[in-house]
Design a protein around this ligand. Structure first.
Ligand SMILES: [Zn+2]
Length: 310
C-alpha cells in the first residue's frame, strides 16, 4: 500500500499514518485506485474536539462495525492544526464525493479539514494547502485536478472555504502558489510503499540469501547444528549477538559482516509502539470512547505519539 511517511512534516503538521482495518467495504472498499485528483472537504463538524484525532477514532470505529450498521463514508486524510492523519492508503479508493462510482469516489484523494469549535482555521487551511500541493507533486497532478467536493456532487462543501472566498478558486490559487514555490520537495520519493502488517514482533526481520545456512543452538560455530536453512526463507529476529541472529526457539544463524541474510531492523518507533500497544491492551486501558473495552491499536498509536512529544 502507498502512504505518506509517518512522522514527516507537511506544512506545520506532523503526519500520522494509521490505516484502518480491512473488512467493512462501506468504509474501506479496497478498490484499486491510481490517484488522479485531490478533493477538498470541510468536515462540517463544529463540535468541540472534533479534530483530526477525533475523526481518526471515528473512522476506525466505523470500520469495526458491521457493514449494515454503516453507510458509505470514508476519506483518506484528516487535517487539523497539528496533524495530518492518513486512514486509507492512496492506492485504494474511499467514499467521500457523493458521485457513486464516478471519478470523485474512484480516483480522488479525500482531504477532510477538521474545522472544529475553537480551532485555528488559518493554521488548518495552511496545512491543507501544503498537503494538496504535496499530493500534486507526489502524483503529478495538474492544478485543475484539485477539486472541491462540490465539483463532484453539487454538495456545498468545503462550506467554510466557499463561505470565506465566495468560490473555490481563490483557495485553489493558494494551492497552486504553494505548489510552485513552497513545497519543492521530492514528494514522490517520500511516499512510502509499505506492507500492511500488524504490530512488529522481535527486533527485526531477516531473509536468508545463501543456500544451506546453518541454524545452530548457540551464536557461534561451536553450536550444535539444528538444520540447514534454504535461500529465501524469512524469519523474525529476536536478538543479535556477535553478528549472529536469534531466529526463535533458541536457534541462531550467522550473519557476520551481513554476508548471509538480508537483515532489516525495526525502527525505534516501531519497537516503542509495539511495546506501548501491548502494555495498553494488557492493562485494558480505555480511551473513553468505548468504555470498558481495551484501547484499539489506532488509539494506542496516537496516545504513544502524544507521549513521545512531551
Ligand atoms: Zn465534503
Amino acid at each position: 500500500m502507498i502512504t505518506l511517511e509517518h512522522g514527516s512534516k507537511i506544512g506545520n503538521a506532523t503526519v500520522i499514518v494509521d490505516i484502518i482495518q480491512k473488512g467493512n467495504p462501506e468504509v474501506r472498499p479496497g478498490n484499486k485506485m491510481v490517484p488522479k485528483y485531490t478533493t477538498d472537504h470541510d468536515t462540517g463538524n463544529p463540535g468541540r474536539n472534533a479534530n483530526a484525532e477525533m475523526h481518526n477514532r471515528l473512522i476506525h470505529n466505523l470500520s469495526s462495525y458491521h457493514p449494515k450498521d454503516t453507510s458509505h463514508v470514508s476519506w483518506h486524510l484528516s487535517v487539523d492544526e497539528h496533524f495530518i492523519i492518513q486512514h486509507i492508503p492512496f492506492d485504494e479508493n474511499a467514499w467521500h464525493c457523493g458521485d457513486g462510482t464516478g471519478p470523485g469516489n474512484m480516483s480522488s484523494i479525500g482531504v477532510e479539514k477538521c474545522m472544529h469549535a475553537g480551532c485555528d482555521r488559518e493554521a488548518i487551511e495552511y496545512n491543507a494547502i501544503a498537503l494538496h500541493a504535496y499530493l500534486m507533486h507526489a502524483f503529478k497532478l495538474p492544478i485543475d485536478h484539485v477539486r472541491p467536493h462540490q465539483a463532484w456532487s453539487g454538495k456545498y462543501c468545503p462550506q467554510l472555504i466557499l463561505n470565506k472566498y465566495g468560490s473555490f478558486k481563490p483557495f485553489r490559487d493558494k494551492i497552486e502558489a504553494a505548489y510552485k514555490s513552497g513545497v519543492k520537495t521530492a514528494a514522490a520519493d517520500k511516499l512510502k510503499i509499505v506492507k500492511e502488517v500488524d504490530l512488529v514482533k522481535g527486533i527485526g526481520t531477516a531473509q536468508v540469501k545463501v543456500d544451506g545456512l546453518s541454524l545452530r543452538d548457540q551464536p557461534n560455530v561451536k553450536g550444535k547444528l539444528i538444520r540447514k536453512l534454504d535461500k529465501g526463507s524469512a524469519f523474525t529476529v529476536y536478538a543479535e549477538k556477535d553478528g549472529w541472529l536469534a531466529l526463535g526457539g533458541g536457534a541462531w544463524a550467522s550473519n557476520v559482516d551481513g554476508k548471509y541474510m538480508d537483515y532489516e531492523k525495526h525502527s525505534n518507533y516501531e519497537m516503542e509502539l509495539a511495546a506501548a500497544v501491548k502494555w495498553a491492551q494488557e492493562e485494558k486501558v480505555s480511551d473513553g470512547t468505548k468504555l470498558g473495552e481495551p484501547i484499539t491499536r489506532a488509539q494506542a498509536i496516537l496516545m504513544h505519539y502524544r507521549a513521545s512529544q512531551k
